[in-house]
Design a binder for this molecule. Structure first.
Ligand SMILES: Nc1ncnc2c1ncn2[C@@H]1O[C@H](COP(=O)(O)OP(=O)(O)OP(=O)(O)O)[C@@H](O)[C@H]1O
Ligand SMILES: [Mg+2]
Length: 323
């Protein structure tokens, strides 16, 4: 896979906003036809990176390549190769859903008949056919998100940039968008995706990059990221009866581990590999009946927490700047 040329690549990418370095020495490449997840806490620099990659913001430093050619100074020249779903909705509220799509098609130079047909097909595909004649401004949040995605697909771009495409939409719509992304990948589209839904990334992405404070902190195949974390040590113990009273003594007996207790289950997590025997002795010494002990596969969420030092939940913007 490594020998293939990248669909696009960034080298030493940097963006400063005054004294704030929002993106710092970022280097990675995205292979044609993969779904590449770009994950990080709020303010990590994801949107800023997408804006540079799509020609909406100028890098302070570094280089951008598309299909092997340097485009640092003229990203706009390759914009026709991109579909862009920004984190906000970029369509016209005073136009209908259908007119918005046809307008986007016109911008990309699609002949009238083709753009009309493509618009109808996409409206149908996103369940917006009935709302096609209504103004975009009157759409619900989820409908707006879907139309923005449809607009990005009008000109059949080989590369799709998606900045939190499923944020704020209902479960069924999110599922249909994930299905669509899967289908697009099968058709060969290269997809660059940011999301705060870690399960979405785990399910969809071939590879995942984690960024924190503008820097790349991990980049690997999703399966490899999960496998590497497996060694870290995560064991769940199910005891006879209520386990809550064990939390404190466990914490005292085993330094460096975190324990979470829920009902009859004690979840022990550690950055170091955990051996089972000391825990079995701990329970035996206290006369506690153990019903089950199972090694848990850590989730991508735990990997995220470990490499970025922050929880992946959506949090309020901090109003710019970081110390
Ligand atoms: N136009 C701007 N002017 C000044 N600072 C900015 C600007 N755009 C972004 N920033 C700052 O750059 C940093 C990165 O922001 P960015 O929007 O790229 O983060 P993000 O990873 O997309 O976060 P989120 O998950 O909240 O969308 C933040 O500290 C932000 O305040
Ligand atoms: Mg963002």
């Amino acid at each position: 896979m490594k020998s293939e040329p990248f669909a696009f690549e960034v080298r030493g990418l940097r963006k400063d906003f005054g004294s704030l370095r929002a993106v710092d020495s970022l280097s990675f490449g995205v292979f044609p036809g993969e779904i590449f997840g770009f994950l990080g806490p709020n303010g990590a620099g994801k949107t800023t990176t997408i804006r540079m990659l799509t020609g909406l913001a100028r890098p302070t430093g570094g280089r951008l390549f598309f299909f092997g050619e340097e485009r640092t100074a003229d990203v706009k020249a390759v914009q026709h190769l991109m579909g862009i779903v920004p984190d906000d909705n970029n369509l016209y509220p005073e136009l209908t859903g259908r007119a918005n799509l046809e307008f986007c098609g016109a911008l990309y130079g699609m002949p009238r008949k083709e753009r009309q047909e493509r618009a109808e097909m996409l409206l149908e595909r996103f369940g917006l056919a009935e709302a096609a004649g209504r103004l975009f401004g009157t759409y619900s949040k989820g409908m707006r998100r879907k139309l923005v995605l449809a607009a990005a697909l009008m000109h059949r771009p080989p590369i799709l940039f998606l900045d939190e495409p499923t944020t704020g939409i209902d479960v069924a719509s999110a599922r249909s968008i994930r299905q669509l992304l899967d289908d697009l990948r099968c058709e060969g589209t290269t997809i660059f995706l940011t999301t705060h839904y870690i399960e979405e990334a785990q399910r969809l992405c071939d590879r995942i990059a984690f960024i924190a404070e503008g820097r790349l902190v991990a980049l690997d195949a999703t399966a490899t990221l999960l496998a590497s974390a497996r060694e870290e040590g995560a064991i769940d113990f199910v005891v006879e009866g209520e386990a809550f009273s064990l939390k404190e003594p466990l914490g005292r007996a085993f330094g460096g581990v975190t324990c979470r207790v829920e009902g009859d289950t004690v979840s022990v997590r550690s950055a170091e590999p955990l051996r089972l025997t000391p825990f079995l002795n701990f329970f035996r010494d206290r006369g506690i009946e153990l019903r089950e002990a199972r090694r848990e596969k850590p989730s991508l969420e735990e990997v995220f927490l470990r490499v970025t030092g922050k929880a992946p939940e959506k949090r309020a913007k901090e109003g710019g700047g970081r110390p």
